[in-house]
Design a protein around this ligand. Structure first.
Ligand SMILES: Cc1cc2nc3c(=O)[nH]c(=O)nc-3n(C[C@H](O)[C@H](O)[C@H](O)COP(=O)(O)OP(=O)(O)OC[C@H]3O[C@@H](n4cnc5c(N)ncnc54)[C@H](O)[C@@H]3O)c2cc1C
Length: 497
């Protein structure tokens, strides 16, 4: 039997790189340890000795599940997946990548694909690292790299505590937090999730597992919070929780024909609201599909999203003027347990092919509202699934005690467009998303929010817009210090200086 017959892949072309010392052979597409590496010449990419998790090859059992993610626009196709069970596995994967100078990427949920991940790469899957510990007395949570927000909330909410989650609980805590972590429920009150990280366990390109804090390595602590996977692979983080167990909020859905009136009222209203009021408005096109809720099916709508964490009667009084703008199709704003927050946005559960664009807006003027409605309202040339403006400011505008790379804190709003469509419609959808950003350019700060940047916004140049020049230069110097060969480049990349 030839080598190819016995293992189903040609070992010599797994990564086309030399065999690693102390490594092993390929068996049934799953790499196992304990056998000698192929002698001489280019060898297989081998499972590191001591791996507790699995090492998976393309086409073999377990591989497809390991690389699968939320956004189908781009699925990773690495030469090897390390399905890590613990921090030591992540360390072994990084050391293997460093030894071979193979790029290494990380996947938790696949909510934010960036650059393509091909056969020359190693991918660490953190899907089996989901442990969460809540310390109610200290009001902290410690999570492993693959934990989702739903896992945190399952443990914290029964104790009257929550973290600064995003719009959906299916997003990974670590990826979300390292990109900033803009909570549409609690962000304006408490700031970015990254602002409340206490410590980060991180494997850097030299294979070291470090616990990084603002005290022991302020520069690395600065960069990782806002720089995502550019400085290493995180194996766990500890962060603050907040005593919130209810909110007054939800979504009020208006007919698309009321978009202009509502948005004009909204832009005036946001100037007046306290920090405990987080909100956004989304122009949406609901598919004409049996799975859509009957009153909304096939309609252009406007969704006003509200989360108020003060007294209920104050929240009611604050929302009243917006409620009075028009007769809503649905009004779901009410006092609710915090666990009901996912219904505010009703994000898709996935997997979906989602194309996205983003920008930061300095302000929402009358002209900006007109442009937004022209670009994404009911009369727009293409029915984009959703275009949202989310109100920033409040605590989001302030740097925390230990400053982070989460930048552009003076922006007034995020602009985020997303469309879900089949292959034939992709060019039209992309053109429509580009048009939204182009029409809104007069109010754009020129910056971007990293967590909202898509595969179409993953060039080095586009990523640099997530930071002011002086922060970007600082991050590139940090990158030179901790990852001079840019091992961690399969991401929204910041190249070394
Ligand atoms: C439906 C939806 C709703 C969202 N809502 C919000 C929101 O309200 N607010 C907000 O701020 N963002 C939001 N996001 C964006 C989200 O925060 C990013 O997509 C985030 O990167 C998701 O992280 P993940 O680990 O789940 O995804 P993945 O695609 O698995 O990872 C994305 C990237 O995160 C980094 N990363 C993940 N794990 C690690 C690790 N262990 N170590 C180092 N880096 C790591 C890597 O750079 C990786 O490429 C939303 C996204 C979607 C699709």
């Amino acid at each position: 039997m030839t080598e190819q017959d016995s293992i189903g892949v040609d070992r010599r072309h797994v990564l086309g790189l030399g065999a690693a010392a102390g490594a092993t052979a390929v068996l049934g597409g799953v790499l196992t340890t304990g056998e000698p590496a192929q002698a001489g010449g280019p060898g297989p990419l081998c499972a590191p000795a001591g791996l507790k998790g699995r090492a998976l090859l393309p086409g073999r059992p377990g591989y497809d599940a390991a690389v699968a993610g939320f956004n189908l626009v781009q699925t990773p196709a690495p030469g090897l997946v390390i399905a890590a069970e613990n921090a030591r596995d992540v360390q072994l994967a990084v050391r293997l990548a460093a030894q071979r100078r193979a790029p290494i990427a990380v996947l938790a949920t696949g909510h934010q694909p960036s650059v393509p991940i091909g056969r020359d790469a190693i991918l660490v899957s953190t899907k089996n690292m989901r442990e969460v510990t809540v310390d109610a007395r200290r009001r902290t949570a410690r999570v492993e790299a693959g934990a989702l927000w739903t896992h945190v909330l399952d443990r914290s909410l029964p104790q009257g505590l929550t973290g600064l989650n995003g719009s959906t609980p299916t997003v990974g805590v670590v990826g979300y937090t390292l990109g900033g972590g803009l909570s549409p429920t609690l962000g304006r009150r408490y700031g970015y999730a990254a602002d409340h990280v206490r410590s980060i366990d991180l494997v850097t390109a030299d294979g070291r597992l470090r616990t990084v804090t603002g005290a022991n390595d302020p520069e690395l602590f600065f960069g990782v919070r806002g720089g995502k996977s550019n400085f290493g692979l995180v194996t766990g983080i500890e962060f603050d929780l907040f005593p919130v167990s209810t909110f007054y909020g939800g979504a009020i859905i208006f007919d698309g024909k009321d978009a202009q009136r509502l948005l004009h009222a909204y832009r005036r209203w946001v100037r007046t609201v306290p920090e405990a009021m987080s909100s956004s408005v989304a122009l949406m096109n609901i598919p004409d599909d049996p799975s859509s809720p009957p009153p909304l099916r096939g309609k252009a709508i406007v969704s006003l999203r509200i989360c108020w964490t003060g007294r209920q009667d104050t929240g009611e009084a604050l929302v009243r003027p917006l409620r009075a703008i028009a007769t809503p199709l649905l009004d779901m704003v009410t006092q609710q347990p915090y666990s009901a927050f996912p219904a505010i946005h009703s994000d898709p559960a996935g997997p979906v092919p989602a194309y996205e664009r983003t920008a930061l807006l300095s302000e929402l003027t009358g002209d900006a509202v007109e442009a937004l409605v022209a670009a994404a309202g009911p009369g727009a040339p293409y029915p984009i699934t959703m275009v949202e403006v989310r109100h920033l400011g409040g605590a989001l505008a302030r740097q925390p005690r230990h400053a982070s790379a989460v930048a552009h804190r003076d922006a007034g709003f995020t602009l985020f467009g997303a469309g879900v469509t089949g292959p034939a419609e992709v060019p039209a959808l992309r053109a429509a998303l580009d048009r939204v950003v182009r029409l809104m350019r007069p109010w754009s700060t020129g910056g971007s929010y990293l967590n909202f940047m898509s595969v179409d916004e993953a060039s080095t140049r586009a990523v640099s817009h997530a930071y002011p020049d002086h922060v970007y230069r600082r991050l590139r110097r940090l990158k030179r210090r901790v990852d001079p060969y840019n091992l961690f480049r399969l991401n929204h990349n910041i190249p070394p200086a």
